[in-house]
Design a protein around this ligand. Structure first.
Ligand SMILES: Nc1ncnc2c1ncn2[C@@H]1O[C@H](COP(=O)(O)OP(=O)(O)OP(=O)(O)O)[C@@H](O)[C@H]1O
Length: 842
């Protein structure tokens, strides 16, 4: 890593898996700390590291802290770090103190979180409510807006009622869809439109809906004219047994007819040359009308949805004004607007720091909208002598569906006002020799012309690709070659030897289960060394049922959700109680969770319930004249104070702090006073992450206890931990979640994913259309462009999956006839065979 680049500079690190990109980024962070001089919160705030997920941000913070500790203790690793970063043990110590003291100023976060903080800083100037809140769960926000529309329609808003009716008609007639739940499908389509707009630009049509009726009539007229003229000139349609002539007479009922796809009239009719020449323009006119009709139909299909969607957006705007809620895509646009007005100095002033250096991890998954929101800030920081280091690997771009745009990787240095440098990291530091060589052989094959073309054709067209040259397949093949060119990695001089690749072919899924049962318990000293990687959550569920039945300790992504931790459950129960002290269920949760050290919880509750059963009279007596029968009132009652000494006092003390201190300080106080760190050692990781979440929430949304609880209920509880090290349980997770991680042994039990088809396409003229076969040529181009991106993503997923293993990699192939069509398993199979590996049949 070059340590003395002159500022300003942009450094691009593009390297394959396990090459040390995140490792270098962490070191660069420490190096920049050194360059900032004496540790202050302002200096800390000027250094921004952007990660792809909150989990990755939490992990990077941990890495920074543990690196500083190593340096303070001058361990061998610490000495190496000191040498590489220039930080002496003393400097490391004072930075660590500053970081721990001003933890909230540590700017290691996701792009969305950074952009939202900035947005809050300029909310007033942008005419937004200052108590603006982020709604990260766009489906929920949209569901609310949709419900409000339904309500308005139900209350007699005529225009809206008409719109809903139109959508339903399109749904039932044009799309031939039925079923019991049109509402669910309509909601889903609106959500797709919303996502499309957030990630890929405006959804509004530049033109109104086309006149489908007129196009239908024109098509039928041309079809009939053609049949009449053919007959008039003594010609006949080919293949009378298939009724080609009839198809031209009634094209609307024969949209998929073969003769409509022929390139020339000579392929459709039998007639002398001069007749064919004479009628060819008519056939061409028919074909054009046919294409225009198909195009209009696709746009028309979406038109009522677009109108409803326009209303939905108005509703979203109302929610924003009424409640200050704003969705992710919305804030990216707003911040872009603010920055384009040259507000950067003002933003810095509000943030209390100038941003000087940016570090960005996993850059290949950044979306254009995200980049555009950040760009002006980065330009500004470069203009003031700062730097940008961004790292990534286009082979690992697996978030195209969320707008990730790996082409930005090359564009960025050209658009920025600073000298650009590039660093190669040629070694793979992660895996043993066998694994590195396996991946080298497999993935370098994808950079070969013939193989790339075979893969491209298969992924785009399945088992029956068109013969000869196909422009889409050639384009995809070129991109595959370009992506995997340079995939070969070197082994560092002292790389660990060995490693194992095990490849099996099985006939039924049951056999995969059998092999797992055989291999998992016997092969590894510790279960914690094994990760089973899958494509979908459903597969993860299936596998965890199996491992559960086998009696193997297992940890899945869901098990790491914060809401699943007993400590966090009791803590949120305590917050619910503090928000509303009459919430008996919440207080019961606090007592039963053992949060308060001195509570004989069951005894208290039994007593309370017995009293309750005896009748309100008795309880009201405890509570004095109060009418609310609350557990809290019961605990506070003097009669019981001595039995349950301290409980009510503690609760009262906490209650006294609500609203006077921040939610974060309130919870930290609870941790200290109840000695939770010591009393719940197994839950430390959950507790730390929870505190971080509270802090992040507070920074971004400034909310009180109620606000935090709303956020928690609406999805905060789904936040999860990174997979903890040292836990002796088999990890089951999706390949998406495994990105950036590594494990001693990796199993890929179901490598058979296909590319996903998205019927929503953007046409050349900017309009959106809904693609169903047969496609207009214009739709075909957009559709194939989308398919090409998805095909690349499917291959990239394979690359991510196969590069997570340090020592052992196990892959199962299912050869059951149930597995039909062309999938990634087929690609992998051929790559493995050509690379000369043996697949064992069982
Ligand atoms: N220069 C190095 N010396 C020793 N170990 C290294 C070095 N670089 C990286 N490593 C180790 O190699 C492993 C992979 O590093 P890291 O996760 O940073 O790679 P990466 O390029 O970000 O990988 P991926 O793209 O697959 O997420 C880690 O265990 C890291 O500690």
């Amino acid at each position: 890593m070059p340590t003395n680049l002159p500022v300003p500079h942009v450094l691009q690190i593009r390297a394959s898996a396990g090459a040390g990109k995140t490792y270098q980024l962490t070191r660069q962070y420490l190096r920049l700390l050194k360059g900032l001089g004496s540790p202050t919160p302002e200096a800390l705030r000027s250094l921004v590291a952007i990660t792809f997920t909150n989990v990755a941000a939490a992990e990077m913070k941990e890495r920074i802290i543990s690196s500083l500790k190593e340096m303070i203790l001058s361990t061998p690793e610490g000495k190496d770090l000191s040498r590489a970063t220039g930080l002496s043990p003393r400097e490391a110590e004072s930075w660590l103190e500053t970081i721990l003291r001003y933890y909230g100023d540590l700017q290691i976060r996701t792009i969305d979180s950074l952009v939202f903080t900035i947005l809050k800083a300029v909310a007033f100037e942008l005419g937004l409510r200052p108590d603006l809140e982020a709604e990260l769960r766009e489906d929920q926000l949209l569901a609310r807006a949709f419900d409000r529309l339904l309500l308005e329609a139900g209350e007699g808003e005529k225009e809206l009622e008409r719109l809903f009716r139109q959508v339903l008609t399109t749904f039932l007639e044009l799309e031939n869809l039925g079923g019991f739940n049109p509402e669910g499908k309509i909601r889903f389509r609106l959500l797709t439109l919303f996502r499309q707009e957030i990630r890929k630009g405006p959804a509004d049509s530049p033109w109104g809906p086309s006149s489908l009726k007129a196009l239908e009539e024109e098509l039928c007229r041309l079809g009939q004219e053609l049949t009449e003229k053919v007959r008039e000139h003594g010609g006949t349609f080919k293949y009378p047994a298939y009724g080609w002539e009839k198809m031209f007479q009634d094209p609307l009922r024969n949209l998929k007819a073969t003769p409509f796809k022929k390139d020339s009239l000579a392929e459709v009719i039998k007639a002398p040359r001069e007749v064919i020449d004479r009628l060819s323009p008519l056939y061409e006119a028919f074909r054009q009308a046919f294409d225009a009709y198909l195009l209009a139909r696709a746009v028309e299909r979406l038109a009522p949805y677009m109108k409803l969607y326009a209303r939905l957006k108005e509703e979203l705007e109302t929610i924003r004004q009424e409640e200050g809620l704003i969705h992710g895509g919305g804030w990216l646009e707003l911040i872009k607007e603010a920055l384009s007005k040259g507000w950067t100095p003002h933003i810095y002033c509000k943030l209390g720091a100038r941003l000087r250096h940016f570090l960005i991890d996993e850059f290949q998954d950044t979306s254009r909208a995200q980049w555009e929101a950040l760009e002006a800030l980065i330009v500004n920081c470069l203009a003031e002598g700062g730097s940008l280091v961004y790292v990534g690997d286009t082979k690992q771009a697996i978030y195209v569906w969320r707008g990730g745009d790996s082409e930005l990787f090359q564009e960025v240095p050209q658009s920025l006002p600073a000298d650009a440098y590039r660093l190669d990291l040629p070694y793979n530091w992660r895996s043993c020799r066998e694994i590195v060589e396996f991946n080298n052989r497999i993935f370098s094959l994808l950079a070969e012309e013939e193989m790339a073309l075979w893969v491209a054709k298969g992924l785009l067209y399945g088992t029956k690709p068109p013969r000869g040259v196909d422009p889409y397949a050639s384009h995809l093949a070129a991109r595959i070659k370009q992506t995997f060119d340079g995939a070969v990695q070197q082994l560092p001089p002292e790389a660990p030897e060995g490693g194992k690749i095990r490849l099996y072919q099985v006939k039924e899924e049951e056999a995969i289960r059998g092999l797992l049962e055989e291999m998992l318990p016997s092969s590894f000293e510790k279960y914690g060394q094994v990760a089973l990687l899958v494509r979908s959550n459903k597969q993860a569920e299936r596998l965890s049922t199996w491992t559960f039945e086998m009696g193997l300790p297992t940890v899945t992504e869901n098990a790491l959700r914060l809401a699943g931790s007993p400590l966090i459950q009791s803590l949120t129960a305590l917050l619910r109680f503090l928000e509303y002290p009459l919430d008996n269920v919440a207080l019961a949760g606090v007592l039963l969770g053992g949060l308060l050290p001195e509570t004989p919880a069951e005894e208290v509750l039994r007593d309370f319930l017995v009293s309750w059963q005896r009748g309100r009279g008795a309880l009201e007596e405890y509570e004095g004249a109060g009418t609310n029968v609350s557990l809290y009132g019961y605990l506070k009652n003097d009669r019981f104070k001595k039995d349950f000494s301290g409980v009510a006092d503690r609760l009262e003390a906490f209650l006294g702090r609500v609203g006077r201190v921040s939610t974060y300080d309130l919870i930290r106080g609870i941790f200290d006073e109840l000695d939770l760190w010591r009393r719940f050692p197994a839950e430390t990781a959950f507790a730390r992450r929870f505190l971080e979440l509270v802090l992040r929430y507070e920074e971004e949304e400034g909310g009180d206890v109620s606000g935090f609880l709303d956020f928690w209920r609406q999805g905060g509880g789904r936040e999860r931990l990174g997979f903890p090290e040292g836990l002796s349980a088999v990890r089951i997770m999706t390949i998406h979640a495994a990105k950036g991680l590594e494990f001693p042994a990796v199993f890929l039990p179901f490598p058979h994913w296909k590319i996903r088809f998205d019927p929503l396409v953007r046409l050349d003229d900017g309009r959106l259309g809904y693609a169903t076969s047969p496609y207009s040529q214009k739709i075909r181009a957009s559709l194939m462009a989308a398919k090409i991106s998805q095909a690349l993503e499917a291959l990239n997923l394979l690359y991510v999956a196969l590069t997570r293993a340090k020592r052992e990699l196990v892959v199962f192939f299912l050869s059951s006839p149930k597995r039909q069509g062309f999938d990634i398993g087929k690609v992998l199979w051929r790559l493995i065979k050509e690379a000369g590996y043996f697949i064992e049949e069982t």
